[in-house]
Design a protein around this ligand. Structure first.
Ligand SMILES: Nc1nc2c(ncn2[C@@H]2O[C@H](COP(=O)(O)OP(=O)(O)OP(=O)(O)O)[C@@H](O)[C@H]2O)c(=O)[nH]1
Ligand SMILES: [Mg+2]
Length: 399
């Protein structure tokens, strides 16, 4: 029987992402970490002793006892071993899909328990806020969103929440409401630090939706053609506008049709408009505003619609048929006119007042639930929130 089996609290975690990379890092943490690694590891020279802070090279043998005769010639995995603490060893192996998994599987087979990377992060964070910020930072795609999340990692949101708790505890409800409102103004932005804003390009056929998508992306993603009804399906691409993550969505031109395929495409366009955060409603300067524009505007609502008149190289005058109270941005896809102004307006529409450095921003659904809970408490309800009193659960601190 394997004497290292059922040893408590020796945890194995893949520290690096599962996305293939040059190197993957697996951490073994706990009382049996060193002996477990030594059982599998064969150094390329010298003894297999592992001193703290020493870095060694060798091979990780998946089946060290060779009990499985089919695996006798199994080559193992090349690894760099770093004993980072008395009870902590890092194994640096090939970063493809397989190597780290084989190593983890072998260690679990011999008694370690697998721990997810989110559990690892939680165990090393001061509290839930910092753990959530770390996990969000791993997924952030722009510098701007990263900076906001770094502020939360450093404690901006935690401090704001604690201050609201204090107000509620001392029944200072006016101050509590003000502080809650200050956080709530950023809740939509906070949820879109990771989840891209969905910006849908729509309008009748041939107004230049696909051309504008290509221009805003900076490469030719969608088919552009003079024939009306070219785009049939939804086409979404990730990008960023002024540092805000955005999914730009091209859609089929909306018009009455007897063509079954086109009809389905139009239905998808309508669904995309309904689910959009912002709608770019495109108008051709010659065709002008038509019934479809009015219907889309009614569906999307004026607050989240930006009217864009294309083909400014043909006509740079606002079409008189566009309702006069609607602001219009004139662009030319072919001559690249007005695109910077359009991007600026989209950015301002998404985030009218970007948070300054150090501003607390709620950024996940748990934070919004917490704000709801606080709001209820401003009427004199329960003012203690044990969920946010959790102390650090750091496990094995490195020596
Ligand atoms: N002069 C000029 N032509 C443009 C401009 N934008 C698009 N076009 C032309 O208009 C035609 C239609 O362009 P698309 O981008 O395919 O239009 P669409 O709105 O995606 O059309 P559908 O997919 O059919 O709904 C093409 O011949 C484009 O070259 C522009 O800004 N100026
Ligand atoms: Mg198109």
């Amino acid at each position: 029987m394997d004497d290292t089996k059922h040893v408590p609290h020796t945890l194995v975690t893949r520290l690096t992402s599962t996305v293939p990379a040059a190197i993957a890092v697996v951490e073994v943490d706990g009382p049996m970490a060193v002996s477990l690694v030594q059982k599998h590891w064969r150094p390329n020279f010298g003894s297999s002793e592992l001193k703290v802070d020493q870095i060694r090279y060798g091979v990780f043998r998946i089946d060290p006892e060779g009990s499985d005769h089919r695996n006798v010639d199994e080559p193992g995995e090349s690894i760099v071993v770093h004993r980072s603490g008395e009870e902590c060893v890092e194994l640096h192996c090939h970063g493809g899909a397989i190597a780290a998994e084989r190593i983890i599987h072998a260690l679990v087979h011999h008694g370690a328990a697998r721990r997810s990377s989110s559990e690892w992060i939680t165990s090393r964070s001061e509290d839930d806020f910092q753990a959530e910020a770390t996990m969000a930072l791993l997924q952030a795609t722009t510098l701007r969103t990263t900076m906001i999340l770094m502020d939360q990692w450093r404690g901006a949101l935690r401090a704001a929440v604690r201050s609201i708790e204090e107000h509620l505890h001392h029944q200072r409800f006016v101050e509590a409401k003000t502080a809650i409102a200050a956080l709530e103004q950023y809740s939509e932005l906070g949820l879109h630090l990771l989840q891209p804003w969905k910006v849908v390009l729509c309008g009748p056929p041939n107004v230049g939706k696909s051309s504008l998508l290509n221009r805003l992306l900076g490469y030719t993603r969608a088919i552009v053609h003079e024939q009306a009804g070219t785009t049939r399906d939804i086409l979404a691409e990730s990008t960023s506008i002024d540092g805000w993550p955005v999914a730009l969505v091209d859609s089929a031109g909306i018009r009455p049709t007897n063509d079954q395929v086109e009809h389905q495409g139009i239905q998808r366009a309508v669904q995309a408009i309904q689910g959009a955060d912002r709608v770019l409603l495109l108008v051709d300067p010659v065709q002008g505003w038509c019934r479809e524009h009015a219907e889309i505007l009614e569906q999307a609502g004026e607050a989240k619609t930006l009217v864009v008149q294309t083909k400014a190289d043909i006509s740079d005058r606002r079409a008189s048929s566009v309702p006069s109270h609607l602001p219009v941005t004139l662009v030319s896809n072919t001559q690249k006119i007005g695109l910077d102004l359009l991007l600026e307006r989209v950015s301002r529409s998404l985030v009218p007042a970007p948070p300054s450095q150090g501003t607390p921003v709620p950024f996940c659904s748990r934070h919004l639930q917490l704000l709801d809970h606080f709001s209820c408490s401003t009427n004199g309800g329960n003012t203690r929130f044990p969920l946010f009193r959790r102390e650090s659960t750091k496990l094995h601190r490195r020596t």
